[in-house]
Design a protein around this ligand. Sequence first.
Ligand SMILES: NC(=O)c1ccc[n+]([C@@H]2O[C@H](COP(=O)([O-])OP(=O)(O)OC[C@H]3O[C@@H](n4cnc5c(N)ncnc54)[C@H](OP(=O)(O)O)[C@@H]3O)[C@@H](O)[C@H]2O)c1
Length: 410
Amino acid sequence: MHETSEFRIGLLGSGTVGGAFAELLEQRAVAIEAITGMRPVLAGTLTRSRGDFQEILDGSDLVVEVIGGIEPARDYVLRAMRAGRHVVSANKQLLSQYGEELWACARENGVQLRFEGAVAGVVPVIRVLQESLAAARVERIHGIVNGTTNYILSEMARTGASYADALGAAQRLGYAEADPTDDVTGRDAAAKMAILARLAYSTPVHLDQVVYEGIEHITAEDIGFARDFGLGLKLIGTAERVADGISVRVHPAFLYGNHPLASINGPFNAVTIESEAITEVTLSGPGAGGPQTASAVLGDVISAMIPPASTPETTEDLAVVNDVASAFYLHLEVADRPGVLAQVAEILGMQGASIRSVVQRGLGDNARLVMVMHPLRESNFYAAVQLIAQLDFMRAAPRAIRVIDEEFAA
Ligand SMILES: NC(=O)c1ccc[n+]([C@@H]2O[C@H](COP(=O)([O-])OP(=O)(O)OC[C@H]3O[C@@H](n4cnc5c(N)ncnc54)[C@H](OP(=O)(O)O)[C@@H]3O)[C@@H](O)[C@H]2O)c1
């Protein structure tokens, strides 16, 4: 540590978040000095074309990593902590795959590793899980943790646009990258859910253990039909306790209108934390963006300037389970003839599935059966869907989307 009242920050990465961070730091330096008694200054900035990591490290009290990806970010973060520096990172890819190694390193070296900006942008969910709700036994987390897909699904619902058109609009507005693969496949949300599950359940959770499904196959028609049941579609991340351990997954899911996440539209993020002690807490706000994420990163820097803070301990060794119970929306394009519903219901019944609501729409070549099931084990449901797909009156492959079937007080 330096003996002056300066607090020196080494900045790794100067892109969308890094650039905004440098600007915000300059604007807020005086206010931060008033809070912490130390004046934060930039000790140096590393990009692909400028700066030297070792030099920046030597001149810093804390390192901010906003490069993204695994290497060289991982190497720099480890080297910084081994050199006794606190680290603030917004890198969900890195934390969801190398979190255990990084947290162990932080503990061994007595430094802080903070990462509020890695999940849900400026929404302070990491701090809430690690500190405010540290005493609560978290039963379940539901999150809309990817703004790009939430914008696309909101647009499809609002305008009836196709997936491709809504994605194009998201790209024009800067909500989606030129290559949106990580967002639309659910992988980005899966990384964030791995981090949240890790904190909520104090057990190691790796990105590879998160089952994820994206929104590429969603049609405006499904969204329209489901509206008649009072359902709206979101890409939902779930982390919950189940009988044999925990389940962590991301998939499109329908929500009833009174669910706290049902009203989160556009590029916003929100996370609902459920626990017996606290009932339910929902946090929401902008999920990404340079200035927004930079504000979360700078908040972490200020926290690190005023210790102490925790690194997550592993106190549990829970299994991550895949085959859980879910409710489903099922859309069947069928030939218009007698006995169709009875046959479908019989197959569903054989797998223990019971229908909560059903509508028949259209005639002749346009006939459809659309239904919402009560929760059942996913493997049973998909076994039934496979059998239904083979029936001779089916005109297209069945479409199934999960429904979050929870009652919340209005
Ligand atoms: N953008 C958001 O809204 C957002 C929100 C939440 C979290 N995050 C996370 O924040 C991190 C940064 O995202 P971003 O959007 O700011 O990325 P970005 O705009 O692509 O910026 C990345 C920065 O890192 C530098 N960099 C890349 N590879 C490097 C290397 N090998 N050595 C040194 N510098 C290197 C780049 O250098 P050049 O300038 O030379 O290209 C650039 O300055 C990621 O982990 C991301 O997941 C971003």
